[in-house]
Structures are given as C-alpha cells and as structure tokens.
Design a protein around this ligand. Sequence first.
Ligand code: NAD
Length: 293
Amino acid sequence: MTASIIDGKAFAANLKEQIARKVSILKENHNLTPGLAVVLVGEDPASQVYVRNKNKSTKAAGMNSYEYLMDDDVSESELIAKVTELNGDPSVHGILVQLPLPKHINEAAVIETISPEKDVDGFHVINSGLLATGGKGMVPCTPLGCIMMLKDKLGSLSGLDAVVVGRSNIVGKPMAQLLLNESCTVTIAHSRTKNLGEVVGRSDIVVAAVGVPELVKGSWIKPGATVIDVGINRIEKDDGKTKLVGDVEFIPASERAGAITPVPGGVGPMTIAVLLQNTVTAACRQLAIDEPE
Ligand code: NAD
C-alpha cells in the first residue's frame, strides 16, 4: 500500500481563506476586526520566527496583530502586568504568550493570568477543564488542526482505535481528549510505555507527538492506518547539512499507512491557521456575535 499524503499546507491555505472571508463579514456587518496580541520574551531565534509568521498570517487574514517584545530579564510581575493590560484591552480578542519563557518566570502563573476567553492557545486550566468535560472553551491549536485533518480524511472517527504517542499538556493530552470526544478508543503512550510497537500496530489512527526523530517505525504501522506526525526534529545528514524529520519513519510508514502527514508540510502549517481561527471564534464569543459560517 502507498499512503495518500495529507497535505497540511493546502489544508491550512484553504482554512486561512475561509478565515479571511469570515473576517471581512465581521468587519462589514459588525464593525469588528479580530485582534491577536503576541507577547515574546527574549530573543530565541526559533520563537522569533514563529512570532514573525504569526504576525504576517494575522495581517494577511485582515485581522489586527499586536506584537510585544520584552527583554530576557523582564520580571514575572512585569510580564503578568502586560498580560493583565491586554486582558482589559477591548481591541485584543486573543492573547498568546510565546513559550518557552526564561527559567526565572513561572510559565503556569503567566498562562493562568490570561483571561480564558482570550486564551487562543487553549492552555489555561479552565480551557483544559472545558475540553475534558465537553464544554465550549478554547482548544489548543496543534491538536485541533490534527483532528480537523483526521475528520476531513476519515469522516467519522467513531469506534476507531487511536494511539497518541506523547503526553504533553500542549499536544498529547488535548489530542487524546479530542479523539475521545470523537468516540475513538484512545491509548496514550509515553516514555514508560512497554511494547510501543505493539500498541501502535493495533491502531487505526496514530498521532506521534514526541520530539524524537523517527521513533515510530514504519514496520509498526497497521496497514491502512492514518498517521499524523506532529514531531519537528532537525537532524544532520551525512553531508553535514541539516533537514527536518518527524517522529515517524516517513518512507516505510507511507508504504503501510492509508494516509500520512509529511514533515515539513503536514501538521506545522495547520497550527498557525487554527490560531487565527481561534482568534475569530474568541472575538465572536466575546461580543456575543454568531460566527459566520
Ligand atoms: P514534550 O517534550 O513536551 O513531550 C514529549 C512527550 O513524548 C512526553 O510526554 C514523553 O512522555 C513522550 N516521550 C518521550 N520519549 C518517548 C519515547 N521514547 N517513547 C514514547 N514517548 C516518549 O513535547 P511536545 O511539546 O508535545 O512536542 C512534541 C513534538 O511535537 C516536538 O517535536 C515538537 O517540536 C512538535 N510540535 C510540533 C508542533 C507543530 O505545530 N507541528 C506544535 C507543537 C509541538
């Protein structure tokens, strides 16, 4: 079997078009321009790239983008004061504090300061609680993007066996919860899981979110399974140059899977698109406006 490729880039481009259309309706009918504020602490090059891309995509969708750059040595209370100010700013509907934060700052304390209605990353405990109890909160962008692609590919996920490899608060746990909400039978595997190959081998859906290059072997994949590779790992090639690989051995896995996301070009592009979608949703909820279809 040769898997069909789930093209995250095309999916994200399509989603961004829909978002831009919703934004123009909101502007015209409600005089509402959704606004996203991104706070970046320090000068981590990868974080700078993410923030720049978020800024560019937000503007391209017709939304307002506000960027706050803070020095590496900013105090926790100064950062919390900035978030509190943004909570009270009516032109800001979504707030994202780029992680990781410097070691002297308690990340949880900062995240808990973000108003849950503006928490477009969906990391606040109120939002994880709402996700776990079937409420209407903000859902973390990466897993939400994965579930959108899975539903697009498979239609109903009901009754399918799914494994999520990785149990982080950002990807693994919310991903498992979303699959459970779709009535999958969900296994969460992690660094202490015994016989990972066996667990993966009985799964119709495999979501890998580990951060270990090609940990999930192609030979483990159940024939016809759908594989979503969240991992982004930069590895050195024989010629000394580097390349990006996922958490799944792509070529052997694509010989067994029914469908698979590539790295790059799979889950990655969806994350920013979903962030924009979450910002539109947050803005509509805050103003009690029905979100345009
Ligand atoms: P994390 O380090 O917080 O969590 C990794 C998880 O993997 C842990 O729960 C751990 O138990 C598990 N794990 C580690 N070694 C394992 C092993 N040998 N077997 C089974 N499980 C093991 O990472 P994260 O933030 O969840 O990110 C995971 C990967 O996804 C990283 O490569 C990251 O770069 C990528 N990521 C991509 C996007 C995107 O937009 N595409 C977004 C977020 C994260």
